[in-house]
Design a protein around this ligand. Structure first.
Ligand SMILES: Nc1ncnc2c1ncn2[C@@H]1O[C@H](COP(=O)(O)OP(=O)(O)OP(=O)(O)O)[C@@H](O)[C@H]1O
Length: 303
């Protein structure tokens, strides 16, 4: 049975006359890794600040774990929003000890486990101000996950991480999600990475959630066709036209795009070969999350 962890319902937020969030609604079910995507200024941070009560909610409703947001429910939420919440003058260990005291965590081995988990063991006694940007991101994550939250909210957590750091970070999130059943709301401009980690996506444009899609459905939409590479395009297109009902486009003098993956591929191959057309390749045309985003947002910009 699915369990709703977070429900954002018709939320709006204005700064003066400017409407940063415009009637936005979405829900997170337990186990989701929800990728929030949008251009600079779209409203990603603002909605995260509203969820965590860093910014007061005046229009709409937000429920956490089935109840109206309140301080008690927020104890089960870990968040890294904008700059990580570490104290510059304290070391990594001191920062985590402080969180442990604030949250009543008595197990002293837990800090070491978390430090190891986020890959900061060598920096245990380094002051937060002397950490690199990526190391600060890791400390921010450590602070957020030390109290074992049920929901983790991460605003641009992979900014500033090096390539191997990005991969490690993805593995950390997957581990938290799979082993500890942590539900995650994450924003990032690095869409290749967000695609790999997320199970669902929400696209924000000008403060509105203009599209919600599961990764499964995104994959279906993006797997938009089959590219057939042949030695004789005119003969091949004539045969496809005669023998199959799928729409197709001749791309160039070697390639034809069939606009459906439902076509009977062995039969297509057989028909072409039996009629003297050499089939050089059959490739699924798979588009990326970037392609989907560009097309979706392009449509709104041009509307
Ligand atoms: N405190 C504030 N006062 C006035 N305007 C604000 C305030 N906070 C945010 N905004 C505006 O609200 C809009 C949404 O900002 P937000 O930080 O949520 O965007 P974002 O999607 O997180 O962008 P980015 O990808 O650049 O981090 C922006 O136009 C921003 O200038």
């Amino acid at each position: 049975m699915t369990k709703t962890i977070l429900s954002v319902d018709n939320v709006s937020k204005s700064f003066g006359r400017y409407k940063a969030i415009d009637n936005l609604s979405f829900t997170l079910q337990k186990g989701d890794i929800y990728g929030l995507i949008g251009a600079n200024g779209a409203g990603k941070t603002t909605i995260m600040r509203l969820i965590t009560q860093l910014s007061p909610l005046k229009v709409g409703q937000i429920e956490l774990f089935g109840q109206k947001i309140n301080q008690q429910a927020l104890k089960h939420v870990g968040a890294v929003i904008e700059t990580p919440a570490a104290f510059d003058k304290l070391t990594v260990q001191e920062n985590l000890k402080l969180v442990a005291i604030q949250r009543g965590i008595n197990d002293s081995t837990k800090i070491m486990k978390i430090v190891q988990f986020v890959g900061l063991t060598k920096k245990l006694h380094t002051k937060a101000r002397n950490l690199s940007l990526g190391q600060r991101q890791r400390l921010g994550l450590a602070i957020a996950i030390l109290p074992e939250p049920d929901l983790l909210i991460l605003d641009e957590p992979i900014n500033g991480l090096d390539p191997s750091g990005i991969i490690e970070f993805r593995k950390l999130l997957e581990k938290l999600n799979q082993e500890k059943q942590v539900t995650i709301l994450i924003s990032s401009h690095i869409l290749t990475e967000l695609y790999q980690v997320s199970t669902r996506f929400g696209f924000i444009y000008n403060g509105q959630l203009v599209k919600k899609i599961t990764r499964e459905d995104l994959d279906k939409v993006n797997q938009s066709g089959l590219i057939v590479t042949v030695d004789n395009v005119s003969k091949a297109s004539q045969l496809i036209d005669e023998k199959f009902s799928e729409k197709f486009t001749v791309i160039d003098d070697k390639n034809i795009l069939i606009h459906s993956l439902a076509i009977d591929i062995p039969k297509l191959n057989q028909v072409l070969v039996e009629n003297g057309v050499a089939v050089i390749g059959l490739t699924k045309e798979e588009k990326s999350l970037e392609d989907y985003y560009t097309k979706l947002i392009g449509g709104f910009k041009n509307a």
